[in-house]
Design a protein around this ligand. Structure first.
Ligand code: PLP
Length: 394
């Protein structure tokens, strides 16, 4: 007999997955239904309605893809990109790179707009490239989890008005549920996310929404989508009025997502965003009080994913190992060129709270002291507490 697995109860403050509300875990234990059962179909429609409210969209074609965030990215590209289509991709981190890889596999003529890892794009430089390249699709990452940078999107509707042939495709995996995302107002045509980040659900589903313009592009394809599994035409029919079998929906994951979305609705989007903002600011205040540096300029920082420059002389792997083994705390390291240079600390959804901020600052101090980094005892947590007492939630 193999022994039962008892995972340690970690505090997951990396780039996701993060801890989830116990209500969401309980939802996973509810009795299974068939994926064509009328009771399950009712739940599917509730999930779609609630997804529309977090995406702030009226798009009928709004569903959770069965798969993680990357499946959402893949579904976005394979449906709206046909071989030979021009696709402009803004690359300032690991997930922009992944978009290039996926668009290339769709046979697109890809042009990269090269950015700096750690900085957002200026709308004017994107507009210049749009003029020169005239792409069918412009792709951007709203929240670049590899660097902690937020890409503002408010200016894009007025720019894209001048390029009516261009669809706007946006990755909101680390922003949806943590930062404002306004699909209709910002003129986003294809927008996807993942469940294990700010939506606070286990990994396994990728919410996605397509504007009527994107649906039109899919309808007018000259050839079928090369992926059967992610083909929105047939998938949309299963989630739409026809309810015909396409693949077996991950039933329990949809229960979990429904509960996670109900929790978001109870809190209210604005209060939720404000909570993320406040906890991020407290963490940054603590980090700076300890003499450490945030990796990103204040105006471009994500609230959901905080990146901290690793000070000279600190052993990254050893420090993260000690947090995990001594304190049961997971944080993320850097990806690609930022490996060994930054830590990535998630404050996502359920995990964005005062207790986690104070705990992280306290144990980080211990781990830094153990490596000989000099920091006055308690300054980080004190600065965060001070921030909280001066900035009460509204
Ligand atoms: C996590 C993430 C993804 C990929 O999601 P997976 O669930 O790991 O497949 C894509 N884009 C961004 C910005 C992410 O943070």
């Amino acid at each position: 007999m193999s022994s039962e697995f008892h995972p340690p109860a970690r505090i997951l403050m990396g780039p996701g997955p993060c801890n989830v509300d116990p209500r969401v875990m309980l939802a996973l234990a509810k009795p299974l239904l068939g994926h064509l059962d009328p009771d399950f179909i009712r739940i599917m429609h509730q999930v779609q309605d609630l997804l529309r409210s977090v995406f702030v969209t009226r798009n009928p074609l709004t569903i959770p893809i069965s798969g993680t965030g990357t499946a959402g990215m893949e579904a976005a590209f394979v449906n709206v990109v046909e071989p030979g289509d021009r696709v402009l991709i803004c690359v300032n981190g690991f997930f922009g790179e992944r978009m290039v890889e996926i668009a290339g596999r769709c046979g697109a003529e890809v042009k990269r707009l090269e950015g700096v890892w750690g900085k957002s794009f200026e709308p004017a430089e994107v507009e210049k490239e749009l003029k020169a390249f005239r792409p069918r699709v412009l792709a951007l990452v709203h929240a670049e989890t590899s660097t902690g940078v937020l890409q503002p999107l408010e200016d894009f509707p007025s720019i894209l008005k001048k390029f009516p042939e261009t669809l706007l495709l946006v990755d909101t995996v680390t922003s949806l549920g943590g930062h404002p995302v306004k699909v209709d107002e910002w003129g986003i045509d294809v927008c996807y996310s993942g469940t294990q980040k700010c939506l606070s659900c286990p990994p396994g589903l990728a919410p996605i929404t397509f504007s009527p313009r994107a649906v039109e592009k899919i309808k007018n394809r000259s050839r079928k989508v090369q992926s059967f599994y992610l083909d929105m035409d047939t998938l949309g029919r299963y989630w739409g009025s026809e309810i015909t079998y396409h693949h077996t929906a991950p039933v329990s994951m949809n229960y979990a997502l429904l509960e996670a979305l109900r929790i978001i609705q109870e809190e209210g989007l604005d209060r939720r965003f404000e909570r993320h903002r406040r906890n991020h600011l407290a963490l940054a205040a603590g980090i700076e009080a300890m003499g450490l540096k945030m990796f990103v300029e204040p105006q471009s920082r994500l609230w959901s994913l905080n990146t901290i420059a690793i000070p000279e002389g600190i052993d990254d792997a050893k420090l993260r190992k000690s947090l995990l083994e001594e304190y049961n705390l997971e944080i993320g390291g850097g990806l690609g060129p930022l490996k060994g240079k930054i830590w990535r600390v998630g404050l996502m959804g359920y995990n964005s709270n005062e207790r986690n901020v104070l705990f992280f600052l306290t144990v980080l101090e211990q781990a830094l002291l153990a490596q000989g980094y000099e920091v006055p005892r308690g300054v980080g947590a004190s600065a965060a507490r001070n921030f909280y007492s001066k900035n009460k939630p509204g």
